[in-house]
Write a protein that binds this ligand. Structure first.
Ligand code: FES
Length: 165
């Protein structure tokens, strides 16, 4: 076992982890943060999405040890000072979920995606000349790593559009 220091949702944590422990398992089983969900456990569904220094990652594919000295944000850290994040409110307003299993990953991914778009990071469907308006095609592409088995995609897109303005 190796001790790593990691910041999770603004709190410094010291974790003893074996080299093979995924970040997802460390968050859920060692720190009790069950917001990130285990869907496929192989990088295909996005239910485990968290932010590592603001960048979205699939926590099931990440080894906890790789993220020493990194700021990890899970859905539990998205709300601030008791106030829900605008995306959380928008998901409620637009029914951006049904069973809710994918929602924490969807929202973490959407938080990062809006930042990426604002920073001019292109997606696979970005027109030459750089990201323009965050239209439905762009949103669907940028959110394509997050699956919803209930098929609440229209609500998810509407929620993101609402916040993107
Ligand atoms: Fe990580 Fe599905 S559980 S991508």
């Amino acid at each position: 076992m190796t001790e790593i220091r990691i910041r999770v949702n603004g709190v410094a944590e010291a974790l003893d982890v074996e080299p093979w422990v995924s970040l997802l398992d460390a968050l859920r089983d060692r720190l009790g943060l069950t917001g990130p969900k285990k869907g496929c456990d192989q990088g295909a569904c996005g239910a485990c999405t968290v932010l590592a220094d603001g960048v979205r990652i699939n926590a099931c594919l990440a080894l906890a040890m790789q993220y020493a000295d990194t700021e990890i944000t899970t859905i539990e850290g998205i709300a601030k000072d008791g106030n829900t994040h605008p995306l959380q409110d928008a998901f409620v307003r637009h029914d951006g979920f049904q069973c809710g299993y994918c929602t924490s990953g969807q929202i973490c991914s959407a938080v990062a995606m809006l930042r990426e778009h604002a920073a001019g990071v292109p997606s696979a469907v970005t027109e030459p000349g750089g990201p323009g308006e965050l239209d439905e095609t762009e949103i669907r592409e940028r959110m394509s790593g997050n699956l919803c088995r209930c098929g609440a995609y229209n609500g998810i897109v509407d929620a993101i559009k609402d916040v993107a303005g």
